[in-house]
Design a binder for this molecule. Structure first.
Ligand code: NAD
Length: 271
């Protein structure tokens, strides 16, 4: 597979889960890959596993200077930037509104929105001039929570709805020079972390008991996909050849949740 030969991709949160699967898939497609990752250990693991094939930059997506440094390192190393993938994210572990102490709610909102929404916006800004040069593209990782309730608590759901807004607004603003699209995966067993502000900072989605079965139960396709199962749409959207006319689009890869919704999760149980 060499569909993306001569294509340079920068992926945030590429050290784990979906981001790490994207690194492997884009390399297989012939692309050059850079990663902005907050975990130094995960960045080091990328270097150990892929050597000079991957440029791993340690930094925080919530800091503009780190995004700018990641873009600069990518261009110094590979000569250009074709696709920026805003993928890093954190989770609220389904914490419902009544479960927040009122004085923690604002801190939880700020912590989660800083990564899931501001991080992507800062990265897009930092990448913009390089993307304009090559008529490149941006891809945002969204979630089923960008469309439906029940895939998180109100803070996570609101953050992913906000990212849908970013895709639409930026596709509008940045045309005709930069395409902007999204992929909205369903659940998967990853290390997705919680929030310091609501006490779930040390939790990992992979530790949720019965997650695979729950995903099978709620999806019409009755599947619990792995991160690598979600990568194909990113490859499509990054391809100037195959996705030339596609901007402002979001590919929902959630096993068909939109067909009937999440039927066995009831609202109102929180009260
Ligand atoms: P993950 O925790 O396995 O991977 C996320 C990576 O981002 C980690 O390596 C983490 O260190 C890094 N990261 C976190 N905060 C960062 C920051 N401030 N700066 C730089 N890097 C940071 O989780 P994942 O499930 O692979 O999540 C990737 C994306 O997929 C997220 O946007 C998440 O919301 C989305 N998503 C996940 C699921 C799921 O069920 N796991 C479902 C739909 C969407």
């Amino acid at each position: 597979m060499n569909g993306l030969k001569n294509t340079v991709v920068l992926i945030t949160g590429g050290g784990s889960g979906l981001g790490r699967a994207l690194v492997e898939r884009f390399l297989r497609e012939g692309a050059s890959v850079a990663v902005l990752e907050s975990s130094a250990a995960r960045a080091e693991a990328l270097r150990a596993d892929f050597g000079t094939q991957v440029e791993a930059i340690v930094g925080d997506v919530t800091v503009y200077a780190d995004n700018a440094r990641a873009v600069e390192c990518t261009v110094v190393r590979f000569g250009r930037l074709d696709t920026f993938i805003a993928n890093a994210g954190i989770f609220d572990f389904f914490q419902a509104l009544p479960q927040y102490e009122g004085d923690r709610l604002g801190a939880a909102f700020d912590e989660l929105f800083a990564v899931n929404v501001k991080g992507g916006l800062l990265g897009a800004r930092a990448a913009l001039s390089e993307l304009v040069k090559v008529r490149g593209s941006i891809i945002f990782t969204i979630s089923n929570a960008g469309f439906y309730p029940g895939g998180g608590g109100p803070i996570y759901t609101a953050s992913k709805h906000a990212v849908v807004g970013l895709v639409r607004q930026l596709a509008h603003e940045l045309a005709p020079k930069v395409r902007v699209n999204g992929v909205a995966p369903g659940g998967m067993k990853t290390n997705l972390r919680g929030l310091q502000a609501n006490g779930t900072g040390a939790q990992s989605l992979a530790d949720v008991e019965g997650l695979d079965q729950m995903l099978c139960d709620i999806t019409p396709l009755q599947i619990s996909p792995k991160p690598e199962d979600y990568c194909g749409p990113y490859v499509l959207l990054a391809s100037a050849t195959d996705a030339g006319p596609i901007t402002g689009a979001i590919i929902n890869t959630d096993g068909g949740l939109g067909v009937r919704g999440i039927v066995n999760i009831r609202g109102g149980d929180a009260l």
